[in-house]
Design a protein around this ligand. Structure first.
Ligand code: ATP
Length: 273
């Protein structure tokens, strides 16, 4: 169990996380939803050992979590960072090996490499290609695979859907579902609240550095406060699309009517009537 108790994180005078407490239960997908700038990445980086909390405690299975990135990986927690952060000038294979850099079991590393090719067919196709030449969606798959190459007990995923097309976002969430069914524990930070909550066993809502709500994923999906603040955007977007379609339909009808009227006039003029 990963337990975060009352942590406070600052960037100079900016108080980015305020008394944040949460926990990640083994085998669950737990999500952290919140708008831009709410502090999701800050929390992920604090867990991954890239930022230090000024106060509070983070423990993993009852022991303090390391505060240096490589030690955190050694304890079984791996971060798939926001915007993928692949090494553009290294091949896909080399990027994956970076994820396994603390491991010494060469044969098992190769076996995991095969597993990654099975889980992400695109990796098999692109294994020798430079990571920088891949599309955003392909890079996201490689970043997730790199995170898995350390054989983590907990995978931290920071905004895996960021900047991707809807179809690719769907694939990313399918992968998360597949990892969940394999028993992986995942902490998922997402702005894409609807899909994150749908797949989560438990979730926390973060607003300007504070946890303001928490509950089962399904429960939060149905919570009017969440619907208004995070899912309302979706409903409004659908309304806007429907309104545009309705306007276009009216315009098409008007255009057809106008064309017909012009044609009738022309036909009348041609026949001299
Ligand atoms: P996003 O989805 O935009 O990444 P987020 O929820 O991950 O948002 P954070 O990136 O954690 O949010 O940012 C939390 C707050 O801390 C914001 O107010 C942000 O402006 C501030 N912040 C983040 N990084 C820094 C930094 N390096 N220096 C100063 N302030 C920062």
């Amino acid at each position: 169990m990963l337990k975060i108790e009352g942590i406070n994180v600052f960037y100079g005078r900016i108080h980015a996380l305020r008394d944040v407490s949460m926990q990640v239960t083994p085998g669950q997908v737990v999500s952290l939803v919140g708008a831009n700038g709410a502090g999701k990445s800050t929390l992920m980086m604090a867990l991954a050992g890239a930022l230090k909390a000024k106060s509070g405690a983070i423990t993993y299975d009852g022991r303090p979590l390391a505060t240096e990135a490589h030690k955190v990986v050694g304890q079984g927690i791996s971060l798939v960072p926001e915007r993928r952060r692949l090494y553009a000038n290294l091949t896909v294979r080399e990027n994956l090996l970076m994820g396994a850099h603390l491991r010494k079991d060469a044969k098992e590393i190769e076996a995991d490499m095969e597993r990654m090719k099975e889980l992400f067919p695109i990796i098999r196709e692109r294994i020798k290609q430079y990571a920088g030449t891949l599309s955003g969606g392909e890079q996201q798959m490689v970043a997730i695979a790199r995170g898995l190459m350390s054989r983590p007990k907990i995978l931290l995923m920071d905004e895996p859907s960021l900047g991707l097309a809807p179809l690719i976002i769907q694939q990313v969430f399918e992968i998360i579902g597949e990892l969940k069914s394999q028993g992986m524990t995942i902490l998922l930070a997402e702005q894409n609240a609807f899909q994150a909550l749908e797949i989560s066993d438990y979730a926390y809502v973060l607003e300007t550095g504070r946890i303001t709500l928490s509950g089962a994923g399904q429960e939060l999906l149905e919570d009017p406060r969440v619907q208004e603040a995070y899912l309302g955007v979706k409903a409004k977007a659908i309304e806007a699309i429907e309104a545009t379609e309705a306007t276009e339909a009216t315009e098409t009808t008007e255009a057809t009517e106008t064309t017909e009227a012009i044609e009738t006039t022309e036909a009348t003029e041609a026949t001299g009537q």
